[in-house]
Write a protein that binds this ligand. Structure first.
Ligand code: G3H
Length: 543
């Protein structure tokens, strides 16, 4: 049978007039704005043009569509944002860090409908800025709102548990979680809203003050939310700035006034940022970094299900997920059958514009990405691999047709580096020890997926992998959700754990009030509590 050729995108180079009216969006009303000290300011200095991965062809050849502009702020504005966040924190004595949990929750609850009011424009910008399909963009938005609600519920629960006194060895104590200080928050381009907010929201609700720098791609979509932040929280609590990282982030870190770095990106940049802090031991880092999640396909795997999960796992959002499957190890005895079924399934994936119904493969937002992916594949080919899906790896402007590359040898870069794009490297194995060694030697330690049925083999693999990665998926692709599950990694993959409740811990520290048990101290505590003299030492709680 002739292998199916990779489906060609139907409409990669539309003329402007062909864009359906319902997906058009203008960022003009929001452009060049930033938020410092409770004021939305409009920048009149240098700007950065923001281009969509979507190329339009109005007769002069395909060109990335210019979506809008954002401010390229300078060190001066960056330090103003830092001053505003420090003033709002006021060494822990500011209005926000000393606010009651009930008040902080009320502010966040007020933020939710304001956020929902701009859903349509944010969803459209997600499609246009990073090429996310319409259903995925909607899911990203709605999942983020759900995350905020779940965070509120988790904090209520934590607070209910903390609203009591413990008595140990004659000491009365009340233990609560308190904020850490000023948080610098930077999310990634692939989940620019969700992953930014899964650190921003817990940091905020725990009483910290924030400087947020949106990612380079997926940046305009944060602008329609500025009013909601300005109106929902005291001034200076959330500051949002745009610009070149070296210009605006370096001086903020070098000031030594940042207490927490929440960063999702590469380990190289995370190390650079951390090293710039003059007192690194005072900087708590919450990091989500690279991954090279392998799938292990055992001889007794249910091939139909495995193919389905591996296609989703390796190519959802063009493989641009930290949880994507980034190398498939297939047992040599089933390699031919698996590869045939897998490449046929890949060939059927519809490619096109992010708003087109059913589309699953879209143009890539990062500058020069298709060319870099090609260089990885070329090197793997020079080392004995080939692209097994006809049409795989073809480049059309910003679109890179998914390439299934086999057999990828251990001396090829593709075997080790995170491609973060639509390449599926496949390597055969004979003994599971080879895969265990791969994971042990890898720089990364996020997740793996195991496909098979035999309890003895699966059990052996689980025990060999569980201390190398942080999530083992049985007969399923890798993924972050449900968001209440811990999301973390070892080695160069992460620092700290995120989940709805873990994130509340990551952005806070336990503080307690303690007193020797005596009638006098008991009376003082009773008077503070009944007279509502403290927002920390209280038995108030929220249902
Ligand atoms: O890129 C990392 C994302 O948090 C992964 O989330 O597994 O739900 O796509 P996901």
């Amino acid at each position: 049978m002739k292998p199916t050729t990779q489906q060609k995108p139907t409409s990669l180079f539309l003329a402007h007039a062909e864009i359906p009216p319902e997906v058009r969006v203008s960022s003009e009303p929001y452009e060049m704005r930033y938020l410092i000290d409770g004021q939305i300011r409009t920048w009149t200095g240098p700007a950065q043009d923001i281009y969509s991965p979507v190329c339009l062809d109005d007769g002069q050849g395909p060109k990335r569509y210019k979506l809008g502009r954002c401010a390229l702020l300078t060190e001066k504005e960056a330090l103003e944002a830092l001053d505003a966040a420090c003033r709002a924190y006021a060494d822990g004595r500011g209005e926000w860090p000393t606010a009651s949990v009930a008040h902080r929750i009320a502010c966040l609850q007020a933020f939710i409908p304001r956020m929902q009011a701009v859903r349509s424009v944010v969803v459209k910008l997600l499609m246009w800025e990073i090429g996310k399909t319409l259903p995925d963009a909607e899911k990203e938005f709605d999942r983020t709102v759900d995350y905020i609600r779940a965070t509120i519920d988790a904090l209520k629960e934590t607070d209910r548990a903390a609203s009591k006194f413990a008595i140990e060895q004659g000491i009365i104590g009340q233990v609560r979680r308190s904020p850490l200080g000023v948080v610098l928050c930077m999310g990634p381009f692939n989940y620019p809203l969700n992953e930014t907010y899964t650190t921003l929201i817990p940091a905020l609700i725990m009483g910290n003050t924030l400087i947020v720098k949106p990612p380079k791609y997926g940046t305009l979509l944060h602008l329609p939310l500025l009013e909601a932040f300005r109106d929902s929280f005291p001034k200076g609590v959330v500051n949002m700035i745009w610009g070149d990282g070296k210009t605006i982030i370096t001086p903020i870190i070098k000031s030594g006034r940042i207490n927490v770095l929440a960063f999702i990106g590469t380990s190289k940049v995370a190390d650079l940022l951390r090293q710039q802090h003059p007192i690194p031991h005072r900087l708590r880092c919450v990091l989500g970094l690279e991954a090279k999640n392998p799938a292990v396909i055992l001889p007794d795997a249910d091939l139909d299900m495995t193919v389905r999960e591996c296609v989703l796992g390796s190519l959802s959002y063009n493989g641009q997920r930290c949880t994507a499957l980034k190398i498939l190890f297939v047992h040599r005895s089933v390699a031919d059958r698996f590869l045939k079924a897998f490449s046929e399934a890949v060939a059927k994936l519809p490619a096109g514009m992010p708003w087109e119904p059913g589309v699953q493969l879209t143009p890539l937002p990062e500058d020069g990405k298709p060319e870099w992916l090609k260089s990885l594949v070329d090197e793997a080919i020079a080392k004995g691999a080939r692209i097994i899906n006809p049409g795989g790896g073809e480049i059309q402007g910003t679109y890179y047709a998914p390439a299934v590359v086999y057999p990828v040898r251990s001396d090829a870069q593709l075997y080790h580096v995170e491609q973060f794009g639509p390449i599926v490297p496949v390597a055969p194995f004979d003994d599971v020890e080879e895969v265990l060694d791969y994971v042990a030697k890898s720089n990364y330690g996020a997740q793996v997926s195991l496909f098979g049925q035999d309890p003895a083999t699966l059990g052996r693999l689980i025990d060999g992998l569980v201390n190398q990665v942080c999530r083992i998926n049985l007969n399923a692709q890798c993924q972050r959700g449900p968001d209440t599950f811990p999301f973390t990694g070892r080695k160069d993959s992460a620092e700290g754990t995120l989940s709805v409740s873990d994130a509340l811990r990551a952005f806070s520290i336990r503080s307690l009030v303690a007193a020797k048990q005596s009638p006098g101290n008991e009376q003082i505590i009773r008077d503070i509590v009944t007279g509502r003299r403290s927002k920390f030492l209280t038995t108030d709680f929220i249902f």
